[in-house]
Design a protein around this ligand. Structure first.
Ligand code: ADP
Length: 449
C-alpha cells in the first residue's frame, strides 16, 4: 500500500513539475523564435534596401560587383531588363536556382504585384520583401525591386535562403529538448526521494497503529479467555459442572477480569481521544497543595499494604491557587504513584513533593505568569536502566520485569505524557540518588484572573 502511494505521489509530483517546465519552455521558445524571425527579416530588408540603393547609383553593373554583393550578403541576385534577363543573370546555369527564382516571381505576381500596379507605383522605383517556401520545401527571404530605366524598367530579384535561421532554430530546439529531458529526469528522481521522505512519518504512524492494535488485541485476549473458561466451567461445557462453592470463585474471577478489560478499554479510549485531539482540558482554579495532599491520602493505604513509607513534601508557604485541570492532574499523579508503589519493593520509600520555580529573577517571591511548579514522585525501587528511559513512554511498552503483573498494560506513562502535554508542561525521568526513579512533572503557573 505504502509503495503504491509512494509511486502515485512521485508521478503526481514529477508530472506537475515537468508539465510546468514544458509549458515554460514552449512559451520561451515561441517568444524567442518569433523575435529571431523578425530580426532576421528586418536585417534582410535592410541589406536588400542598401543593395538596391547601391544598384541605382551604379552607372555600370559589373560581374565583379554583383559577385561581391552576392557573397557578402549570402544572396542570389538576378536582374532583368523589361522582363529580359541581363547577361550576368545567365552566369549560373544552375537549374535549381532558376526554378526557385521563377517560383519566387510567380509568388510575387500572385500576392503583391496587383496591389502595387493599382497604387500607381510604376513611375518610381519600389521594392517588396517577403518570405516564401519553394516546391523543394526550402524557405527563402525574397526582395523584388522595379527600377525605372531609360529603356523602361529594370527588375531585381534577390533571394536569401533561410537555412541559417532554420538551423539556429533547430539547434535551439534540440538544446531545449536536451535540457528539458535532463531536468525531467532530475525532477523525477527528486520527487521519488522527496515523497519517500515525507511519507516516512506516515508509514511510521501506520506501523505504530498496527502495533497498537496488535498489542491491544493481545492484552484483551487474555482476560477474555479467562472469562470464557470460567463461564464454560460454570455451565459445565467440559461435561463437569462446577460445584456451587466453586461458582463463587469463578464469578469473582469473571468480575475482576471484566474490570481489567474495562480499565484497558478506558485507557485506549483516552489515547484515541488524545490522538484525535478531542479530549478536553479544563482551566479551573485549583490548589496544587490540596491536590497533592488528596492524592497522597488516596495512596496511603495501598503503600501501607506493601509496607512502603509514603511521604509528602509541600512548600512552607502554600502555593497560590492557579488555573489547571484537577481531574487530569489527579489522574497523572495517580499513574506515577501507582507505578512507584508497583516498582518499589517492601520497606521502600516514596516521596511526593511540590516545588515552585521562578521563570524570571525578580525581587518578588510570589509566583506570576511565566513561573512554574514541579510535582516530583521519587522512589527507591528497582529503577529504570538508561536504555529504557525513552522507551517507557511508548504505548504498551513494559519492561520484562513488569510483565508478570496483571495490573500493568504499559499505557500508564504514555497517558501521563499526553496529560502533561495537554497542560503545556513537561515530564521526565531521572535516577534517584542511591537507586530508584524520580518522575518530574513541570507545569506552567497560570494565575487565576
Ligand atoms: P505499566 O502499566 O507497565 O506500568 P507504564 O507506561 O506506566 O506501564 O510504565 C512503562 C514501564 O516503565 C513499566 O513497565 C516499567 O518498566 C517502567 N516504570 C514506570 N514507572 C517506574 C518506576 N517508578 N520504577 C521503575 N520502573 C518504572
Amino acid at each position: 500500500m505504502f509503495r503504491k502511494v509512494h509511486y502515485r505521489l512521485t508521478l503526481l509530483c514529477a508530472g506537475i513539475t515537468i508539465f510546468i517546465l514544458l509549458v515554460m519552455s514552449f512559451i520561451y521558445l515561441y517568444v524567442s523564435e518569433t523575435g529571431l524571425k523578425q530580426s532576421h527579416f528586418l536585417s534582410f530588408q535592410r541589406d536588400a534596401g542598401t543593395l538596391i540603393a547601391n544598384f541605382e547609383q551604379q552607372a555600370v553593373i559589373t560581374h565583379t560587383w554583383l559577385s561581391q554583393m552576392e557573397s557578402l550578403n549570402a544572396f542570389t541576385i538576378s536582374i532583368t531588363d523589361n522582363g529580359v534577363p541581363l547577361l550576368f543573370s545567365e552566369r549560373e546555369q544552375d537549374e535549381k536556382r532558376k526554378n526557385t527564382e521563377q517560383e519566387a516571381l510567380e509568388y510575387y505576381h500572385s500576392h503583391f504585384a496587383v496591389l502595387l500596379v493599382d497604387s500607381g507605383s510604376r513611375s518610381r522605383s519600389y521594392h517588396t520583401e517577403f518570405s516564401f517556401t519553394s516546391s523543394t520545401q526550402e524557405d527563402y527571404y525574397v526582395s523584388y525591386a522595379c527600377l525605372p530605366s531609360e529603356s523602361g524598367e529594370t527588375q531585381l530579384l534577390i533571394l536569401s535562403p533561410m537555412e541559417p535561421l532554420n538551423l539556429q532554430i533547430r539547434t535551439q530546439r534540440i538544446r531545449f529538448a536536451c535540457i528539458d529531458l535532463s531536468a525531467a529526469l532530475l525532477l523525477f528522481l527528486f520527487s521519488f526521494f522527496f515523497t519517500k521522505k515525507i511519507l516516512i512519518p506516515v508509514e511510521e504512524n501506520r506501523l505504530e497503529q498496527i502495533r497498537f492494535v496488535a498489542a491491544a488485541s493481545h492484552e484483551l485476549r487474555t482476560p477474555l479467555a479467562v472469562i470464557l473458561s470460567c463461564t464454560g466451567a460454570i455451565r459445565g461445557h467440559n461435561g463437569k459442572k462446577a460445584l456451587p462453592e466453586e461458582e463463587e470463585t469463578f464469578l469473582n474471577t469473571i468480575y475482576s477480569e471484566g474490570q481489567r478489560m474495562k480499565r484497558l478499554i478506558d485507557d485506549m479510549l483516552f489515547l484515541s481521544r488524545a490522538d484525535s485531539h478531542s479530549f478536553s482540558v479544563n482551566q479551573e482554579p485549583i490548589e496544587p497543595d490540596t491536590l497533592l495532599l488528596n492524592s497522597y491520602e488516596a495512596f496511603e493505604a495501598l503503600a501501607a499494604e506493601k509496607n512502603i513509607s509514603l511521604r509528602i513534601f509541600l512548600p512552607e508557604s502554600a502555593l497560590p491557587p492557579c488555573l489547571g485541570d484537577s481531574e487530569r492532574l489527579r489522574q497523572l499523579i495517580a499513574i506515577l504513584l501507582h507505578n512507584a508503589v508497583s516498582y518499589t519493593p517492601e520497606s521502600g520509600t516514596i516521596r511526593l513533593s511540590l516545588t515552585c520555580s521562578k521563570g524570571q529573577k525578580t525581587g518578588n517571591t510570589a509566583l506570576n505568569r511565566g513561573d512554574s511548579y514541579t510535582i516530583a514522585v521519587t522512589d527507591n525501587g528497582i529503577g529504570i536502566p538508561d536504555e529504557e528511559k525513552s522507551r517507557i513512554f511508548h504505548r504498551f511498552y513494559r519492561s520484562d520485569r513488569s510483565r508478570s503483573t496483571k495490573e500493568h498494560f504499559g499505557l500508564g506513562l504514555c497517558i501521563a505524557e499526553e496529560i502533561v502535554h495537554s497542560l503545556k508542561g513537561t515530564i521526565r525521568v531521572e535516577d534517584t540518588p542511591g537507586g530508584g526513579s524520580t518522575f518530574l512533572v513541570q507545569l506552567p503557573f497560570l494565575p487565576v484572573p
